[in-house]
Design a protein around this ligand. Sequence first.
Ligand SMILES: [Zn+2]
Length: 245
Amino acid sequence: MFYFDNFKGKKILKSTLLSESDCFFTTREFVLTKGAREDLSSIADENRNLLKSSLGVDKIVTANQTHSDNIAILEENKYFYDNTDALISNIENSLMLLNYADCVPIILYDKKDNIGAIIHAGWRGSASEIALKTSLKMQKELNIKAENITALIGPAIDICCFETDEDVFKKLIKNEADTKFYKKKENKYFIDLKLLNALQLEETGIKNIDICRYCTCCMSDIFFSYRKEKGITARHSAVLKIKGK
Ligand SMILES: [Zn+2]
């Protein structure tokens, strides 16, 4: 279950499944990335400094997100990953951050082995199954078990607002009989990207999944929405810090 909490007085969204871990989704109030909103640049810088100092880290690890299915396993002393939409870390005290305005933010964390990931899954990433690929990569290359992974699917544009044409629908929905993933109204399709990503994670064996039903487009007073704000918007973030000893 998701609940609003605060980080040094700024509104964040957490899940009861990982309430004790340093992982959460930010809101407009705790903007960390300006996006197209130059006016939010200085507050975003201030907030990033607050995040780092409060969590006791010097650097934030992030990526240039391109709606790809490129996944990086963090390397020591490398803090920026070009053309990457999922970051995986087994480095203690590493602080990862990716950014969103309607796309689906996903945090995976295996508390037992202390290995985690953040994924950026818009419709392209969902179609190329980046969530599934990230989970499998963690399991195979870092030798962890699906049963130990908890998945948080954060705030994103929901089925109420994610209206697409047939071309996008066909890329996302392989079987039209799977009506729980979409609704059709006249010749438009409304797609449930969160549920599609949850299914991908389930296919890799993950059972512990929390889905946030907040729609960023309906709730653009709290989150940033590319669609609602017609592209002139900043980004909210998914944040995960791998625990130190
Ligand atoms: Zn909505």
